[in-house]
Design a protein around this ligand. Structure first.
Ligand SMILES: Nc1ncnc2c1ncn2[C@@H]1O[C@H](COP(=O)(O)OP(=O)(O)OP(=O)(O)O)[C@@H](O)[C@H]1O
Length: 245
């Protein structure tokens, strides 16, 4: 499913968090939204998921404005927020069942979808354990299972790997890529970590609320001169801040 962000600006009172942000995502794959702390990534996720109302600009999902069709848009979105929102004292299955009920799924339908998601996230054997007993990587998988219960076509993951060790980060990243391939999910993966991005990934670079570049990662980092993505980010961010003559 295509995502098109058009002229989005957003301010928290006096503080401008996003300035005229324009980009589009490639359907059916992982799109990296890369930027340092404070770049505006979480704000964008909050606007996409309708946690905040748009102040300026619009976001189109398969051409449909989320301003004009907020319910239809929400049905297409699954979200994993930066801060976990699981109930640690409920079991994995109870957390999922609670969310399914919020989405108005019947018990039977919920049970079927929960079984399917638990299998897909390889969590079937842990389903009756309290979330508290799981490690960070498995908790993230529970959140992904929960986000996919209503069968959205877009999955937003806001710094999903924060707090995980290196091996768990890699496993989670690979797992999400496999979900893209299996289900043609369109994923927005926000991160400040360059090693989570592959050369073929579409990337949007965000700095201080502005898009400083977008394109395929290897093209942005100018493969011919072996520039790293990190150096490219620095260069493009500086260029976007230089005053016009
Ligand atoms: N609730 C809020 N009230 C006021 N300012 C905020 C609020 N949330 C974010 N900001 C500010 O908006 C800007 C963008 O923040 P945002 O959290 O979207 O960035 P981010 O790229 O997700 O960074 P991080 O990874 O640190 O969360 C920052 O300057 C931040 O201080």
């Amino acid at each position: 499913m295509s995502i098109c962000v058009q002229g989005v600006s957003f301010a928290y009172g006096e503080r401008q968090a996003l300035r005229q942000v324009d980009f589009s995502c490639q359907p059916g794959c992982l799109n990296a939204l890369l930027g340092p702390n404070g770049a505006g990534k979480s704000t964008l996720v909050a606007l996409l998921s309708r946690l905040y109302d748009l102040q300026q600009g619009d976001i189109l999902l398969d051409g449909l404005s989320i301003r004009q069709h907020p319910r239809a848009a929400l049905r297409q979105l699954g979200v994993v927020f930066q801060q976990s929102t699981l109930d640690l004292d409920l079991s994995v299955r109870q957390n999922l069942a609670y969310h399914a009920a919020l989405h108005g799924l019947s018990r039977r339908e919920a049970a079927q979808r929960i079984d399917a998601e638990l299998a897909r996230q390889q969590l079937g054997e842990r389903q009756h354990e309290r979330v508290r007993a799981l490690n960070g990587g498995h908790r993230r998988r529970v959140e992904i299972a929960r986000a996919l219960l209503h069968q959205p076509r877009i999955l937003l993951l806001d710094e999903a790997s924060v707090g995980l060790d290196q091996a768990s980060r890699r496993a989670l990243n690979q797992h999400v890529r496999a979900l893209c391939d299996e289900q043609q999910l369109t994923v927005i993966w926000t991160t400040h970590l360059l090693d989570e991005i592959l050369p073929s990934d579409p990337v949007v670079m965000l700095n201080r609320g502005r898009v400083v570049a977008q394109g395929q990662a290897d093209a942005l980092s100018n493969g011919a001169t072996q520039e790293s993505l990190s150096d490219a980010f620095e260069r493009l961010s500086r260029a976007s801040e230089e005053p016009a003559l």
